[in-house]
Design a protein around this ligand. Structure first.
Ligand code: AGP
Length: 364
């Protein structure tokens, strides 16, 4: 990699730190205050077509798949279109039913991931409309798609994705707002989301300023052989991504589960040697999430909560600033990037180039 590290010891740290600017870039020039919506120049989707969409199917791999899961939630809640995400690598091998009223969205940092590209090509061969949510301009997936949204995270060198994940989710919020305002989202709700989006860069900066505290926590949890990550609805993809990040760079085994599923099995794993990271936003599911913390505490599990207020049942709470409920997942993942980073650092791992992984997987 030939990019300047700008005084950071690793590209990962540089890229985590760049997130306030990166998010500012994905928003810049796209917000339309007059109509409380956003302009997405490359979308190639006129309002009449947008109204005809009956479903949204999002495809990506790894971190991009996780960003797609949050994206699906945003599209469902803001545009009220049924939406889901699936690993592109699975989708292309199951002879999927391709439906003309479904909008397909391919997500990729590199724009070169073979499993995603092959899924796009198969979809296009079957006459589907495919959009891209891509970082690298002019990449294979961007060229193959009918239109899309560039993520504008800037070059990402570290093998594990951080700023591109955050920007991709933010790009999905823009897309969801755009589709929502063509369909049933009110002007007032459009405004509310726009105000929330504008707060993101400063709120990310605030989270980054808590790095020293997160570093201390990482030293404590670095001894764990295995960790559990839980969240509910919007928080679940945050848990999935945080657990992937920890696995990739620290090589600590981690599992992610919906908090609601604990009692259906994984609760059997909980003991002092298996700490849990819990995503606990101040939203309509707060009480449900607190009940899960109690279940874990009753089994002597250690808990690190990421929350908007201190959680009494948790051994530690990382506080994050509150945004709109729909946008909270963008912020809640960021301290967990730092947790994974400092855990890997404490264990002496090769953070920018974890073993067995490549930045983009361009082969089958
Ligand atoms: C590195 O291992 C990444 N975290 C990986 O999961 C990546 O997100 C995946 O390979 C997809 O890459 P893409 O976004 O470039 O398509």
């Amino acid at each position: 990699a030939s990019y300047d590290m700008g005084g950071h010891d690793t590209y990962m740290h540089k890229e985590i730190s760049e997130q306030p600017d990166a998010v500012d870039r994905v928003l810049r020039g796209r917000i339309d205050d007059r109509f409380s919506t956003v302009h997405l120049g490359g979308l190639n989707l006129d309002p009449r077509e947008a109204r005809g969409i009956r479903r949204v199917k999002i495809l990506g791999c790894g971190t991009s798949y996780h960003a797609g899961l949050i994206g699906a939630g945003l599209i469902e809640s803001l545009a009220r279109i049924p939406a889901d995400a699936e690993p592109a690598s699975e989708f292309r091998y199951r002879n999927p039913v391709v439906d003309p009223d479904t909008l397909y969205i391919a997500v990729s940092q590199s724009g070169e991931t073979y499993d995603v590209l092959a899924a796009v090509q198969e979809l296009k061969r079957k006459g589907a409309r495919v959009l891209g949510v891509v970082n690298v301009v002019g990449s294979a997936i961007a060229r193959e798609a009918d239109g899309g949204v560039y993520v504008h995270a800037g070059p990402e060198v570290c093998v594990v994705s951080t700023k591109c994940f955050t920007n991709t989710v933010t790009a999905f919020a823009l897309l969801a707002l755009h589709l929502g305002r063509i369909r049933d989202l009110s002007v007032a709700d459009g405004k509310r989301i726009i105000e929330g989006l504008r707060k993101l860069p400063a709120q990310i900066q605030e989270i980054l300023e808590g790095e020293e505290d997160i570093k201390k926590l990482a030293a404590e949890y670095a001894e764990a052989k295995s960790m559990m990550f839980i969240g509910r609805v919007r928080g679940y993809p945050v848990a999935l991504e945080a657990s992937l990040k920890l696995k990739e760079i620290s090589y600590i085994h981690a599992e992610a589960y919906p908090a609601s599923e604990l009692k259906h099995g994984p609760l059997a794993l909980i003991e002092p040697a298996m700490p849990t990271v819990a995503i606990v936003p101040d939203d309509d599911l707060l009480e449900k999430n607190r009940a899960a913390l109690e279940e874990i505490k009753a089994r002597s599990g250690r808990i690190l909560a990421v929350a908007h207020r201190v959680q009494e049942k948790a051994d530690h709470t990382i506080l994050v600033p509150k945004n709109e409920d729909e946008l909270d997942p963008i912020l809640m993942g960021i301290p967990l990037q730092l947790l994974a980073y400092h855990t890997a650092l404490a264990l002496g791992r090769d953070i920018d180039k974890p073993r067995n992984l490549a930045k983009s997987v361009t082969v089958e």
